[in-house]
Design a protein. Structure first.
Length: 428
């Protein structure tokens, strides 16, 4: 936004008029800000970068309503030692960061108790059942329905052994009633001719549709927010001014302050740093994800694909084909290791033998990860005028419209259509 370190008096006055400040201009924060502004509130959307330039820029563009199950399941723990010893494995922990992860991993392990898993599965399923009700309404009222594709996602398996290894996933979907169709042989390649003949079985998830460009979606929503009178401010929050009534203003790194009657912290993986300033601990980590955007892939695709045994995803989006996946635990400050992106492309070429890597760019972003895989959505337990919306993990795009609806309900005093207790900030 190109602001000097000494703001003009007129700018200071403009920053002081907002009653609700939403920190974080990714898909979650932007959707919350839009929904609040639509309901007649005076809202400022605040981020150190322009809208959509964080994790939302490079996500895999999937409305993944079938992917709500907790990551900490026994089948994952069984594979974890093998993955961690494999330099090309789907999970990588930088050795120097491991000591900092111990408290998070203990909570991750605690979330794998059978009774806890059922509780967490139900909390995710409740949100995913609402996704299209909320998303369709959001896209319709903003004139953005063209950004949602009609095609679903194919989950790939070379043989029955690979399929059985993923059977728990299918059983969870069957228990909660999510649509899927098991396909074999020629039926798979009828849908996606570019796939290798080595794929013997697939599961079609028709409701796991895609967004034509996730960054453009955030940008378009921020434009609609602005047309309704919302304000977008670029700045880095470094502290809060607090009193008996709660937070009264946010201090920015360049010396500006932004007045606030209410504050929503929706800064993705960076939210924990902000909550720490309020003495409210959130066990939030970053799962660093990588993608390669290929603009001249030499093939065409209609569906997104995921190969669970190889831990990658490919989606036609943003004018090309995007290859992404993997998890790297290394914190917010370590430089990217783009070898991770190259590994994913190599695996994608196993599924798509004719995939070419021409006019390609690599990217790394920070997914906000909570140890139980369920997002935080609700009021602060320590500051009466602060709310949180974070920890959506791999499902930020999926949950965005629903999060915007639920958070706007909470903040404006409307009874939400679902029980919000599973998503409270003090559940850990």
């Amino acid at each position: 936004m190109g602001r000097s370190s000494r703001p003009k008096i007129s700018e200071i006055a403009r920053l002081a008029v907002s009653s609700i400040v939403v920190v974080g201009a990714g898909i979650i924060g932007t959707t919350i800000a839009y929904e609040l502004q639509r309901r007649g509130k005076a809202v400022t959307l605040l981020d150190k970068a322009a809208p959509g330039r964080g994790a939302s820029y490079g996500n895999m563009a999937s409305i993944a309503v079938t992917e709500f199950m907790p990551a900490s399941r026994p089948c994952i723990w069984a594979q974890m030692p093998k993955w961690l010893l494999d330099p090309e494995g789907p999970v990588r922990i930088r050795p120097g960061y491991l000591p900092k992860l111990v408290p998070w991993f203990l909570r991750f392990l605690a979330a794998s108790r059978p009774s806890k898993l059922r509780e967490l599965e139900a909390a995710g399923a409740v949100l995913c059942r609402r996704v299209y009700e909320d998303l369709d309404a959001l896209l319709k009222e903003t004139g953005l329905t063209h950004m949602l594709t009609a095609e679903g996602c194919l989950s790939l398996y070379t043989d029955d052994a690979e399929f059985k290894a993923d059977r728990e996933h299918i059983e969870i979907l069957e228990r909660f009633g999510f649509r899927h169709e098991i396909l074999g042989g020629n039926a798979i390649r009828d849908l996606e001719p570019a796939l290798t003949t080595k794929i013997g079985k697939a599961v079609l998830f028709p409701d796991n549709r895609s967004i034509t460009d996730p960054y453009r979606l955030v940008f378009a929503l921020s434009e609609r927010f602005g047309r309704l009178g919302g304000r977008i401010v670029q700045g880095d929050v470094v502290d809060f001014e607090q009193g008996d009534a709660g937070v009264s203003a946010l201090r920015l790194a360049d010396g500006r302050t932004v007045a606030a009657d209410k504050v929503v912290l929706a800064a993705g993986a960076f939210t924990a740093r902000l909550s720490a300033l309020l003495r409210e601990h959130i066990p939030l980590e970053t799962e660093r994800g990588y993608h390669t955007q290929i603009m001249e892939p030499g093939i065409s695709m209609r569906h997104s694909i995921i190969w669970p045994a190889r831990a990658f995803m490919v989606t036609p989006t943003a004018g090309g084909i995007r290859v992404g996946g993997t998890v790297e635990m290394a914190g917010l400050d370590a430089p990217p290791d783009y070898r991770r992106a190259k590994i994913l492309v190599k695996r994608a070429q196993e599924a798509l033998p004719d995939l070419q890597v021409r006019q390609a760019t690599e990217w790394m972003g920070h997914r906000p990860a909570l140890p139980d895989t369920v997002p935080v959505m609700g009021s602060s337990a320590k500051r009466r005028n602060v709310w949180y919306a974070t920890g959506h993990g791999h499902l930020g795009l999926t949950y965005a419209a629903t999060t915007g609806r639920l958070m706007a309900d909470l903040i404006t005093g409307v009874e939400p259509p679902v029980d919000m207790k599973p998503y409270r900030v003090d559940r850990f």
